[in-house]
Design a protein around this ligand. Structure first.
Ligand code: FES
Ligand code: FE2
Length: 414
């Protein structure tokens, strides 16, 4: 086992480059991070009827999330108990049962093995079907419509795991009575980068924006406006970047998005009624739930699936208020596509950095030199209104929290 203390120096805010490229560390991550933490699986709006299912991944394990005929949402390893074939190869749909396309074992939408070709003639009715159902994910739970799962039966509850992060998530997912829904299907793309470059950036990199995304800013594609950002670190590895004193006209300019502008004004009122007057002060816009679920007010949610130390498969969805008018949903979808999606202007900028950062870390000598996470070190503070720690201006406070948590979990025996 690798001792993560040698890889993350919390006091000096230095992180070994090895954690972004080393295969042995990656294997330990699959066991200690991805087989233990709560991971995002899908949204309740995707499985609202009995038999509805969506595909997901937990680390490199394919998972099937399905509402059974009795109405319970379960998650199972999406791998046949006979020889490992995926029992469901669609991204989403509705099914009473899943038949493996290799030898035909069939599982009910509650995961039970219900059909085996040749059960009588060739298995002589000796196969114990009770024992050979799909492997369930140990715990499945949802928060404001977002479904998460963990392979660890002893993991704390999802609400406990999210901690103060939930307070910030409510601004996006609980601002209206009906909550949000997923619009359309999933977008998937592969970036040749370590998954942590992406999760770290969304957790709190408010330092890169004016450099990485300068071309988009220069052509007026996005106006940063007057709003100041505040970085907040709710703890437990999660991170959020928020705008202070949010202004609908800056976020959704009326001349570009008239319908969305008008709608967001009414939502501000509803949000205030539901969440309190704090919504006037702060607007959480981008963040990461440790380890690999990120959110963005573009609006997009995404999972950075690990695919080896130097590859990430992004799964991204557009989410919208369920009760928003069709024109507003369309405006949100277009804004997301243009900014943060596989063809989005800012997504392209970011992905190229993470790709090159990973590639240059592969070198044998370069790998000996740590990354510097000292930006704003020691200048964190508590806020009387917002939970967690906060910092003004660009800081790497949340990334430090992310790697602190990463190291803790990597060295914890259970
Ligand atoms: S692998 Fe599924 S039935 Fe053989
Ligand atoms: Fe970016």
């Amino acid at each position: 086992m690798i001792d993560s203390r040698t890889l993350v120096d919390d006091e000096k805010a230095l992180v070994s480059r090895r954690i972004f490229i080393d295969n042995e560390i990656y294997e330990q991550e699959l066991e200690r991070i991805f087989a233990r933490c709560w991971l995002y699986l899908g949204h309740e709006s995707q499985v609202s009827n009995p038999g509805d299912f969506v595909s997901a991944y937990m680390g490199e394990d394919p998972v099937l999330v399905v509402r059974d005929s009795r109405g319970n949402v379960n998650a199972f390893l999406n791998t046949c108990r006979h020889r490992g074939m995926r029992v469901c190869r669609a991204d989403q749909g509705n099914a009473a049962a899943f038949t493996c396309t290799y030898h035909g074992w069939t599982y009910g939408n509650d995961g039970k093995l219900v059909g085996v070709p040749g059960y009588k003639e060739y298995y002589y009715e000796e196969l114990d079907m009770e024992q050979w159902g799909l492997v369930p994910v140990a715990q499945v739970s949802s928060y404001k419509g977002l479904i998460f799962g963990t392979f660890d039966a002893n993991a704390p509850s999802l609400v406990e795991y999210l901690g103060d992060m939930a307070w910030y998530m409510d601004f996006l997912f609980d601002r209206t009575e009906e909550g949000v829904e997923i619009l359309g299907g999933v977008h998937k793309w592969i970036i040749p980068c370590n998954w942590k470059f992406a999760a770290d950036n969304f957790a709190g990199d408010n330092y890169h924006f004016g450099v990485t995304h300068i071309s988009g800013l220069k052509v007026g594609f996005l106006r940063l406006g007057q709003a100041k950002t505040l970085q907040t670190t709710p703890g437990d590895g999660h991170g959020i970047i928020a705008r202070l004193n949010p202004n609908v006209d800056e976020r959704w300019p009326a001349e570009q998005w008239p319908e969305a502008n008008a709608y967001m004004r009414t939502v501000e009122e509803e949000k205030e009624r539901r969440l309190g007057s704090k919504v006037k002060d702060i607007d959480p816009g981008v963040g990461t739930v440790f380890p690999n679920f990120s959110l963005h007010s573009s609006p997009s949610i995404r999972v950075w699936h690990p695919r080896g130390p130097d590859k990430t498969e992004v799964w991204s969805w557009c989410f919208v208020d369920k009760t928003a008018p069709a024109g507003v949903k369309d405006a949100m979808r277009l804004n997301m596509l243009r900014t943060f999606s596989m063809g989005g202007i800012f997504e392209q900028d970011d992905g190229e950095n993470w790709d090159r950062c990973t590639a240059s870390t592969r070198g044998f000598v370069g790998r000996r030199y740590e990354f510097n996470y000292q930006l704003g070190l020691g200048h964190e503070r508590r806020h009387e209104e917002f939970p967690g720690q906060v910092a003004d201006g660009p800081t790497e406070m949340s990334q430090r929290g992310f790697y602190r948590r990463w190291a803790e979990i990597m060295r914890a025996e259970d």
